[in-house]
Design a protein around this ligand. Structure first.
Ligand code: NAD
Length: 484
C-alpha cells in the first residue's frame, strides 16, 4: 500500500513560543517529518517568535538539536535536516510590548496562507491577537492556533473566546485537542460511518456500556505546581476524554465537514447529565518504589487535587438511554494505555447450554500503544467434543494490517498543523463546544471543592484506587485490564 501525501498550499507559519517545550518536542519535529514526506511546498516558511533574544542561526541550531532528540531515529538525515532548517527564521518578539512586531511584519509574505500558532501561556493570547491585528500582520484569511488549556472554567473560557473574537472570526480560530489528531480517533468515525456493520448496533438496544481509559505512567513531577491548580478533571476529562466520548456517542453528521461534525459533538455534551458525587472517584498517587507521592510532586502537602478520576456518565438521549459511559484517567498508573471499549450486550436468548454461554462482543479502539481496532468474537473451538466456544480477536492493529502505510502515519500534531494550513477545522474544537464542556464540568468541581473532599490515595503502578473498581463492580461490570 502506498501512502498518499497531498501537498498543501504555500504558507508562512509563525510559532509564538518557538523556543518553548511544546515547539521543540512536538511542533517542529512534526513539521520536519511533513517536510520529509514532501508535503511542504518549496517556498513555505516557519517563523519562530519568542522572548529570547537570538537570531535565526541560533534558533536553527537549537531546532537541529530538538529534531535529533525528538523526531525519531529513522529520520536523522543531515542533508534533509539542513534543507528543513533553511526554511526557519526567527524574530525576538515581546508579546505584551512593542519589540519585534515591525520586524515580524517585514518577514511575512502576502498571497500565501498565513497561520499563527500560539504556543505560549493562554494569558498571552489576547495580547498577541491584538498586536497581530493592529500591526496588520494577520488578515481576514489568516488562521490562529491555540493550545490547551482553553480556560480553567466556563467563565475564563468565555473570556478567552470573547477576547479572540474581538480580532478573529470563529472560522479563523483552531483550538487544538491533539487527541482528535490521532489516527485511531479518526478511524472511529470511519468504522462508524463508512461501514454498515456497526451503526445499526450502535445504541442502547445492543450496547451494554462504554469504557474510556486514558492511563499514564508518568507523575506530575516537573510541572507539579501547574498541575495542582488543574487536576485530572480539568487537564484530561474536560477536553480529551470529552472529545473521545463525543465521537463515540454522536449521531451521524450529515457531512464530514467542520460544522456538521461539531454540531453533533455539541449535542452530546449538552445531553450529558450532571454526575452524582457517588458516581465519581477521585484519587491521588502515593509514594512508590520508583517515585515520590503526588503531595511531594506538587509541593503542596495539603493538596486536594486529583491525579486520578473515574466516573460514570450518562448521555441523556434516545440512543444512549440506560447505557453508562465509564471514564477514567490517571497518572502513575500501571501502564500507558488509552482506549475506548464498546461492550455489546449478550445475545437475547441463549440456544446453547449454560456451560457454553457465548461471551459479549467487545470492540476496542486503541489509541496507544499499538494504535488499532480489535473486535472480540465468539466462535466454536475447532475439533470434536460438541459446541465449545472460544473468544477470538479480529485484530486490526494498523502496523500489522496496513504495513508500510501505517509506519508512515503522521503523529497528531503533524496532521493537525497541516489541517490548519488546508483550512479544515473538522478536528478542532469550536468555541461553543469548549464552553458547553466547561458548563458540564464546573458544577462537579464546585461540588467536591465546596465539600472540601479529599481524593483517596492509590498505589503508584496500579489501576488506581480500589473505589474505582467498586464503581464498576456495583453495576456488575469490570474495567478492562490496564496493560501496555
Ligand atoms: P514553555 O514555557 O516551554 O515556553 C513558553 C514560550 O513562550 C517560550 O518560547 C517563551 O519565549 C515564550 N514567551 C513567554 N513569554 C513571552 C512574551 N512575553 N513574549 C513572547 N514570547 C514569550 O511552554 P510550553 O510547554 O512550550 O507550552 C506552551 C503552551 O502550550 C502553553 O499554553 C501550554 O499550556 C501548552 N501546552 C504545552 C504542552 C507541552 O507538552 N509542553 C502540551 C499541551 C499544551
Amino acid at each position: 500500500m502506498v501512502s498518499r501525501v497531498i501537498p498543501v498550499d504555500d504558507f508562512d507559519l509563525v510559532i509564538f513560543g518557538g523556543t518553548g517545550d511544546l515547539a521543540r518536542r512536538k511542533i517542529l519535529p512534526g513539521l520536519y517529518r511533513r517536510f520529509l514526506s514532501g508535503q511542504m511546498p518549496e517556498a513555505s516558511r516557519i517563523i519562530g517568535a519568542a522572548r529570547s533574544d537570538m537570531d535565526s542561526a541560533a534558533w536553527r541550531a537549537s531546532i537541529r538539536d530538538a529534531i535529533k532528540e525528538f523526531a525519531g531515529a529513522n529520520v536523522q538525515d543531515k542533508a534533509s535536516i539542513d534543507g528543513f532548517l533553511e526554511r526557519l527564521h526567527y524574530v525576538p518578539v515581546d508579546a505584551t510590548g512593542k519589540a519585534g512586531w515591525k520586524e515580524l511584519k517585514g518577514l511575512m509574505r502576502k498571497d500565501v496562507v498565513s497561520a499563527f500558532y500560539f504556543s505560549v501561556a493562554p494569558s498571552l493570547f489576547g495580547a498577541i491577537a491584538e498586536r497581530l491585528k493592529t500591526h496588520g500582520i494577520a488578515g481576514n484569511a489568516s488562521r490562529i492556533v491555540v493550545e490547551k488549556p482553553f480556560g480553567r472554567d466556563l467563565e475564563t473560557a468565555k473570556d478567552l473566546n470573547a477576547t479572540l473574537a474581538e480580532y478573529f472570526d470563529e472560522t479563523q480560530i483552531y483550538r487544538i485537542d491533539h487527541y482528535l489528531g490521532k489516527e485511531t480517533v479518526q478511524n472511529l468515525m470511519a468504522v462508524r460511518f463508512a461501514n454498515i456493520l456497526f451503526e445499526p448496533l450502535w445504541n442502547a438496544q445492543y450496547i451494554d456500556h462504554v469504557q474510556i481509559t486514558v492511563a499514564e505512567t508518568v507523575g506530575v513531577g516537573g510541572r507539579g505546581a501547574y498541575y495542582d491548580k488543574s487536576g485530572a478533571m480539568r487537564d484530561m476529562v474536560q477536553n480529551h476524554l470529552m472529545q473521545l466520548l463525543c465521537l463515540t456517542a454522536m449521531e451521524p453528521p450529515s457531512h464530514f465537514e467542520p460544522d456538521s461534525v461539531r454540531d453533533e459533538k455539541l449535542k452530546v455534551i449538552r445531553a450529558l447529565d450532571p454526575v452524582p458525587s457517588d458516581d465519581i472517584v477521585r484519587g491521588q498517587y502515593r509514594e512508590g518504589l520508583d517515585g515520590p507521592s503526588y503531595l511531594e510532586d506538587s509541593e503542596n502537602p495539603d493538596s486536594r487535587t486529583e491525579s486520578f478520576i473515574a466516573m460514570k456518565v450518562k448521555v441523556s438521549n434516545w440512543r444512549w438511554n440506560g447505557v453508562p459511559f465509564y471514564l477514567r484517567t490517571g497518572k502513575r498508573m500501571k501502564a500507558r494505555m488509552s482506549e475506548i471499549v464498546i461492550s455489546f450486550k449478550e445475545p437475547p436468548h441463549n440456544i446453547f447450554t449454560e456451560a457454553d454461554h457465548p461471551r459479549c462482543n467487545i470492540l476496542t479502539i486503541r489509541l496507544q500503544p499499538d494504535e488499532g481496532i480489535d473486535l472480540r468474537m465468539t466462535i466454536k473451538e475447532p475439533g470434536p467434543g460438541g459446541m465449545r466456544f472460544v473468544e477470538v480477536p479480529m485484530d486490526m492493529t494498523f502496523a500489522d494490517a496496513l504495513g508500510a502505510a501505517a509506519a508512515d502515519v503522521p503523529d497528531a500534531y503533524e496532521r493537525l498543523i497541516m489541517d490548519v494550513i488546508r483550512g479544515n477545522q473538522t478536528l478542532f474544537m469550536r468555541g461553543d463546544e469548549v464552553e458547553a464542556a466547561w458548563a458540564w464540568t464546573d458544577p462537579l468541581i464546585a461540588d467536591w471543592t465546596n465539600k472540601g473532599d479529599r481524593p483517596v490515595s492509590y498505589d503508584a503502578g496500579t489501576a488506581g484506587p480500589e473505589d474505582a473498581l467498586i464503581l464498576m463492580h456495583r453495576d456488575g461490570r469490570r474495567w478492562r485490564e490496564i496493560s501496555a
